[in-house]
Design a protein around this ligand. Structure first.
Ligand SMILES: [Zn+2]
Length: 402
């Protein structure tokens, strides 16, 4: 058994202990001591880190009453040596603030709102608790946040002690304990009693501020994400900084940022609409020009067009505009984005099979493809073939041209 100093004084950061066993866990050296301040991952709370002698403690595991300190490197100590341990206090205190905050929040939600905490998770960045309700409405959300912070400001004392089954029966626990025998109770000054092995701050004042970040629905339950203490402060600092940065970009006050963003969004939408309309007009002119310069044979106009920058959808638009005219065949290609797109098309009043023409043309260059009698699209060949490919198709239609 390892004596758990953290059970009795969660504020103790340094200790001396005797080495009981040296062993290995997951390929790393591990040490068992006769006593420790190191908290092992359990009850949802993450393990401590720190140093044992001059070696870093990277993981702490509880196994049948024994605490294993997993080390980064081989320790210089031997069994029966006395070693000095110290925990990373910033990390531990952060865990204490989150854990005590969760007890306070769960009791408030239970007592004041009738929501039961089904499960809890303490993460590296954020903590969550799952409640047995499908959603918390926004007005209630603000109330929970205000009340939990008010409770924190009361500076309610938090203490931990062990009770036997007889004493346990008298306590109004939110949830029955998962273990039996001597049970460790963490009490928030007559307000909350939880069976818990975790480390906690001395008073609720140390938990503040408590910030509810968001809720997500998970089937019939709600996952509530929250931050306590320094985490909440850091979050406020980051968000404040972001808001000031955004306001500076708009040369405005922070309070004007949402309206300014909305105005810019509307402007962008208007500009996009204008650009699309201008592009359409431009395309119509371009198509008229192409038609004017088209090769003509027996009343049919043959338009040949190769572009280095028109995307496939613009090429498609051009094909539609061209073929809206009578007696037109379009042989269009684009090499935009280093990708070959070929579109062959013709007016409805012609009988030429452009699908067959595309298939034969691509085949002549080692490619495959085809399409409908009046419209066909292909690609998949090197962009360098584009001009030859169009010339090849044109010669099929007008053998007299070079
Ligand atoms: Zn707990």
């Amino acid at each position: 058994m390892t004596k758990r100093l953290d059970y009795f004084d969660p504020y103790q950061q340094r200790f001396e202990a005797e080495v009981v066993t040296l062993l290995e866990r997951g390929g790393k050296p591990a040490v068992v001591l006769n006593q420790t301040c190191f908290y092992p991952t359990s009850g949802g709370q993450l393990h401590d880190t720190g140093r044992l002698g001059d070696v870093a403690v990277v993981d702490v595991i509880a196994e049948q009453g024994v605490v294993l300190h997993v080390l980064a490197d081989a320790p210089s100590c031997a069994v029966s040596d006395v070693v000095t341990g110290s925990i990373d206090w910033a990390r531990r205190y952060d865990h204490m603030q989150q854990h005590s905050g969760q007890h306070l929040l769960s009791q408030l939600l239970h007592q004041r709102f009738g929501f039961e905490t089904v499960s809890v998770h303490f993460g590296r960045e954020e903590s969550t608790l799952d409640l047995d309700v499908p959603a918390i409405d926004p007005a209630m959300w603000a109330e929970v946040e205000r009340e939990v912070n008010t409770l924190a400001y009361y500076g309610l004392e938090i203490r931990a002690y062990f009770v036997d089954n007889r004493e346990l029966a008298k306590l109004p626990l939110r949830r029955p304990p998962a273990v039996s025998g001597q049970i460790r109770i963490v009490e928030i000054d007559g307000y909350d009693y939880s069976a818990c092995g975790g480390t906690h701050v001395r008073t609720t004042a140390e938990i503040a501020p408590i910030k509810l970040l968001r809720q997500e629905r998970r089937r019939a339950q709600t996952r509530l994400t929250f931050l306590c203490g320094m985490r909440a402060l850091r979050d406020y600092q980051q968000k404040h900084h972001l808001l000031l940065e955004s306001a500076a970009l708009f040369s405005t006050e922070p309070s004007a940022v949402p309206a300014m963003t909305q105005r810019l969004q509307n402007q962008v939408r208007d500009l996009q609409r204008q650009t699309a309309s201008l592009q359409e007009q431009l395309l119509a002119y371009e198509v008229a020009e192409l038609l004017a310069g088209a090769r003509r044979s027996n009343g049919m106009a043959l338009v040949e067009f190769l572009s280095a920058d028109r995307p496939a959808d613009v090429l498609k638009q051009m094909a539609a505009l061209l073929c809206a005219h009578s007696q037109v065949v379009g042989l269009l290609a684009s090499t935009a984005g280093d990708k070959l797109t070929v579109i062959f098309c013709r007016s409805d009043d012609l009988t030429l099979q452009v699908g067959d023409l595309l298939r034969d043309t691509l085949a002549a260059f080692g490619g495959r493809g085809g399409g409908r009698p009046e419209y066909a699209q292909g690609g998949g060949l090197p962009v360098a073939t584009a001009a030859d490919l169009l010339a090849h198709a044109r010669r099929q239609l007008l053998p007299s041209t070079l």
